[in-house]
Design a protein around this ligand. Structure first.
Ligand code: GAL
Length: 362
């Protein structure tokens, strides 16, 4: 059988084992693609990090070699990345200035549910690691977002603090979501950060984009030159619109962002946005998926995780998504689909099977 992508089916590595790299992302270095994702185990226990971040390598995006665990959870229960923490959506970027590979991921300290809302940062000298865990951060502590009016650059007053304490914020849409309170609540100790991605622009500047403010608002932050910190330069995107699973790409100078809504492991319709400068303004373009109602409503039963430019093929980008199986986490599937452009707008359609020839001119 000629190798091809078979979205949603079990995908085996070169040892014949199912690839175990969920919520993943890809970095390309010296002609090799490296795929990093969450290593899941069987059952519901697999929704917590029992192993760490798994790495694979490939030159053709179809055949993947197991490169082992790039960042392992730790046995010490006092470690921030102790076994049983939540370690999700790892993304790796390469820094040409320092020569390091830098990994960021969504970290929830073990035993605290999703309340920590932190970013973990780890670093390695070679792509496949092993990565050294450096720290966790809540981004942009003591910095105000660039796109809020001066009167909102104020910590909460006593009345507002009392009001925020009363709120029940489950991480999904709520009535009367307080659009101007939560980033002010978190000014001192840093902004919440859950589902996240990294993006390196053509000029080498790196950005972190994450669901913040109890998932109601995305925060886009510029990273420091060594990619190990946020800089305090950040904007709030779509306050109160509850976007997560963010994935960014750039085509012909235009930035495109795909997100999902916030419904946990259950799929929902994807959302597409575009901007001419990364800081915005961003325009919402609707659902990029085409097909049956069921396919559009569920994003082909999946949730975005990464938008991958294919090397050597102009205008070739792949939509990478996860079909989660929270009752048996290890059985989560990968849905990779080619992105098509209709009037310069990304469109995603189901394919039972496809290969990179899809992108070649007819
Ligand atoms: C999803 C999120 C996943 C995971 C899950 C837990 O909304 O995209 O990465 O955090 O919730 O319920």
């Amino acid at each position: 059988m000629t190798p091809a992508f078979h979205p949603g089916e079990i995908w085996r590595d070169t040892n014949g084992l199912p690839i175990n790299a969920h919520g993943g992302g890809i970095v390309r270095h010296d002609g090799v693609y490296y795929w990093f994702g969450e290593h899941k185990v069987e059952g519901e226990a697999g929704n917590l990090a029992q192993v760490g971040v798994h790495a694979y390598s490939s030159t053709d995006l179809l055949t993947w070699k197991d490169e082992g665990i790039a960042l392992a959870v730790e046995d010490d229960p006092l470690s921030e990345i102790a076994r049983g923490c939540i370690l999700e959506r790892p993304k790796v970027i390469h820094n040409p200035r320092t020569g390091k590979f830098v990994m960021w991921f969504h970290l929830e300290i073990a035993g605290a549910g999703y309340s920590s809302a932190r970013c973990g940062v780890a670093v390695a000298d070679v792509a496949t690691g092993p990565y050294t865990y450096l720290k966790s951060v809540r981004p942009n502590a003591r910095h105000w977002p660039q796109n809020v009016a001066p009167q909102f650059k104020q910590p909460l007053n006593a009345d507002e603090r009392a009001c925020v304490k009363e709120l029940v914020l489950p991480g999904g849409p709520v009535q009367n979501y307080p659009t101007d309170l939560l980033y002010r609540r978190d000014f001192e100790n840093g902004q919440m950060s859950r589902d996240m991605t990294l993006f390196v622009d053509d000029d080498g500047t790196a950005y972190h984009l994450a669901a913040s403010e109890d998932n109601g608002t995305l925060h886009l932050s510029r990273l420091s030159d060594d990619f190990l910190d946020t800089t305090g330069e950040y904007v709030r995107l779509f306050p109160g619109h509850f976007n997560e699973a963010p994935a960014l790409m750039k085509r012909r100078g235009i930035y495109f962002l795909i997100t999902s809504g916030c419904t946990g492991w259950t799929p929902n319709p994807a959302r597409l946005f575009k901007a001419r400068t990364i800081w915005g303004p961003w325009a919402e373009l609707g659902n990029p998926c085409v097909g049956t109602d069921a396919q559009k409503e569920s994003t082909f039963e999946s949730q975005s995780t990464y938008l991958l430019p294919v090397a050597g093929k102009p205008d070739a980008y792949v939509f990478l998504a996860d079909r989660w199986r929270p009752e048996n986490a290890i059985d989560g599937r990968y849905v990779w689909l080619p992105i098509q452009f209709r009037e310069d707008q990304p469109v995603i359609a189901w394919q039972d099977s496809w290969d990179l020839g899809f992108f070649d001119p007819a």
